[in-house]
Each structure stands twice: as C-alpha cells, then as structure tokens.
Design a protein around this ligand. Structure first.
Ligand code: ATP
Length: 302
C-alpha cells in the first residue's frame, strides 16, 4: 500500500501571543504543493511496527536526522490508529523522503498523515476521513491539513482546517537551505523578540483571500505574509539575501515557508519560474532549487 503526500506552504502565517499551554494561536492559509513524500505500508504477521527512511536527494532531505524508531512521527501515527481501533496488527513502514527535513514544509506531519491513510487501508480499520482527521490533530498542528490538501484556512494552533474559496494553479519556486531550522527554536526567538510587546490576535488578511478567490497571482504575490520572518532572519541572517535574489529576479512575492528556512517565490508562469530558479541556483545560502505547482490534493493512495 503506497500513499503519496504533499508538502505544505503557508500563504500567510499570522502568529498570536503564546497561550498557557505553550502553543501560539495561528491564522494561516495553507496550500498543498507538488513536492511529495511516499509512505509504503506492508502488513506483518506479528505486532511489530518498523520504519525505514530513504531518499535519493541527500542534501535536501538530511534524512540522517529523521528518527528510524518509535520517535518517527509516522510510527506514532500507526500506534495511535492501532490504539483507537483496538487492533493488534503490525506494519513495516517505508518512507521515501523528498520534502526537506526541518524545512518549514511539514515533511514529518506529511508522513504522519500518509501513515494514517496507509495503515487504515492495510489493516482494514475503515476509519472515515473525518475520523482520521481527529487522530491527525492529536499528532500535530499541520497533520489534518495534509490529509485535506488543496487550499484551506488553518486556525487554533493550525489543526482546525476549513475550506477556502480559491481559483487557479500557481507556479512556485522553492529555495532549500543547506541546513534545517527547528520550528521550536524559531517560535522561541519570536517570543524573545516580542518580550514586553503586545502581540495582537492573528488574522488572515482579506487581500489574500480576495486574491485566491479571483485566482489573481499578482495580487496573491503582494499579499503573501509571514509573522515568523523576523525571528527566522535573526537566527539565519543569510535568508534575507535569498529572498532579495528572488525578488530581484522578478518574483511576484517572496516569503519564508512556515518557520523556514525554505524560501518560496511566486512566478507568473513556467518560463518566469525557470528564470527565478536560475537566479537562485547561484545564491550562497541555497542548497537546492525546485520548481513546483499548487494546489494539489492531500494524502492519497497511489
Ligand atoms: P513544520 O513545517 O511542520 O514546522 P518542518 O518541516 O520544519 O516542520 P519536519 O521535517 O517535519 O520539520 O521535522 C522536524 C523534526 O521532526 C526533524 O528534525 C526530525 O527530528 C523529526 N521527525 C520525526 N519524524 C519525522 C519524519 N517522518 N520526517 C521528518 N522528520 C521527522
């Protein structure tokens, strides 16, 4: 059973004041993009759950830091599904990683979403998509969206996903950094930079929703926003140069993906996207450049 699952980007990422439980309220618009991990699940005769991780793109994926035991979030997903359905079956999970590790594109969450779908099939547990979404929310903030795919508004700490009216297919260029950035460290830096300041409740900008409704790439480019930018720049000053190079190459918009360090650039068409990719390929802070499209569907068998 093979499940393909996309990466996510945040077209806007509004971050509110830290809550008592340590999480920050988020107001985001997610888009699933054409950069996929694959999770293969093979049933076992015993109750073991194993995982192996592979990649053909070592630089981008840094797969050596991906746990190959119980800490792997795909294993946690399989265990949670087993617990909730009361079965005792085992499974071998094999993950083919393409989504950058610690890149701000929710690669781990994507694998968790894929593992839920794959194990639900292999074990014949028959949970509906809404039932899987409940489990997904317990695994991580981005996991429900990666089941969903397309475009969606994310609230709460990101796990509350609601549909958004959207038109159009967008051309993206992603600049992957040489080294990942910890989401936790970027949020801690956000808190440090905002010490003593009144952080407002986050909102999704109206201009962004209007651009998506109209399918207007130029307006979407102008409306892209990310409240974690300053914090990520503070930890990785060279990211500012990467964004500038894409903007100079004529990108309609440029922001960091989630907590970074992947930078994303919106292009008007395929040729424009190639120009931007070419300009970025010589940037010092850039390990790899990928052209992609979005939106695409969420975790799917196939
Ligand atoms: P997000 O965008 O959701 O904040 P990210 O894309 O920046 O996350 P991930 O690639 O999801 O970061 O991984 C963050 C950490 O989670 C990794 O450094 C790794 O130690 C751990 N991890 C656990 N399981 C996985 C997995 N299946 N794939 C990748 N990382 C995993």
């Amino acid at each position: 059973m093979n499940v393909r699952v996309p990466a996510k980007i945040n077209l806007c990422l509004g971050v509110g004041p830290v809550r008592d439980d340590g999480y920050h309220p988020l107001a985001t618009v997610y888009q699933a993009v054409d950069l996929h991990d694959e999770v293969r699940a093979t049933g076992r005769d015993d109750d073991q759950i194993t995982v192996s991780v592979h990649s053909e793109m070592d630089v981008r994926s840094e797969i050596s830091v991906v746990p190959d035991g119980d800490d792997n979030i795909a294993v946690k997903a399989a265990r949670l599904l087993r617990e909730r359905t009361g079965i005792s079956s085992g499974v071998d999970l094999s993950i083919r990683k393409v989504i950058p590790v610690a890149g701000g594109m929710a690669g781990g969450s994507a694998d968790a979403a894929a593992a839920l779908v794959a194990c639900n099939e292999v074990w014949g547990t028959g949970l509906s998509r809404p039932a899987l979404e409940v489990l997904a929310a317990q695994l991580g903030s981005d996991v429900p969206f990666l089941l969903h795919g397309g475009n969606a508004v994310g609230g709460g700490r990101g796990e509350t996903v609601s549909p958004v009216l959207a038109r159009g297919s967008y051309h993206w260029v992603f600049a992957m950094a040489h080294e990942g950035l910890s989401t936790r460290a970027v949020f801690a830096e956000f808190d440090r930079l905002n010490t003593g300041a009144e952080v407002p409740e986050p909102v999704v900008p109206d201009a962004l929703l209007a651009a998506l409704r109209a399918g207007d790439a130029e307006a979407l480019g102008a409306a892209l926003s990310n409240d974690l930018t300053e914090a990520a720049f503070s930890l990785r000053p060279e990211l500012e140069d990467t964004l500038s190079i894409g903007i100079e190459a004529g990108a309609l918009g440029a922001i960091l993906s989630g907590s970074g360090p992947t930078a994303l650039f919106l292009a008007s068409d395929e040729a424009h996207s190639l120009d931007i990719a070419f300009a970025l390929s010589s940037a010092a802070g850039c390990a790899d450049v990928v052209q992609s499209r979005g939106p695409v569907p969420g975790a799917r068998v196939g």
